[in-house]
Design a protein around this ligand. Structure first.
Ligand SMILES: [Zn+2]
Length: 149
């Protein structure tokens, strides 16, 4: 469908608006969606949302830290620096440490994972929320597709 151009209204992508309303920083959103921060900032202004406090924000959520550090690949994965070396990858937030896999899982499914969370795709160390799975999901896939038995 052709977009009318030159009209008075400005269209904001739904995914940008959703993340802005979720309270993520411009930088976190630009990283997640692979867009320029200037574009996110413009959308924030149009929506009338207050600017995200710039600079280091100690009160940033673990989810915010997740998006800041995760590295998107060209083919749709999200890599966690160091995650391929084992399960030592952690997000430090205040006194707590979080597994980026578990954060990715909660972002996608809105619940706590059961058991260990691993990459469900072929990319080792991938923490893309759409690609991670917990133990019940692995068991379910094995039941459907047949595990090697
Ligand atoms: Zn992946």
């Amino acid at each position: 469908m052709a977009q009318p151009s030159g009209g008075g209204s400005v269209k904001i992508r739904a995914d940008i608006a959703e993340l802005l309303h979720a309270g993520l920083s411009d930088r976190a959103i630009s990283r997640q969606l692979q867009l320029r921060t200037s574009r996110i900032r413009a959308a924030r202004e149009i929506l009338g949302l207050p600017p995200h406090r710039p600079g280091p924000t100690p009160a940033a959520t673990p989810e915010d830290l997740f998006w800041r550090r995760a590295v998107p690949t060209d083919d749709g994965h999200l890599l966690w620096p160091g995650a391929t070396q084992g399960s030592g990858a952690r997000i430090r937030h205040g006194q707590e440490r979080y597994s980026p896999y578990r954060i990715a899982f909660r972002l996608r499914y809105g619940r706590e994972p059961v058991g260990k969370v691993t990459s469900g795709c072929t990319h080792a160390g991938c923490v893309a929320p759409d690609h991670v799975e917990d133990r019940p999901m692995r068991e379910q896939y094995a039941a459907i597709f047949g595990g090697a038995q």
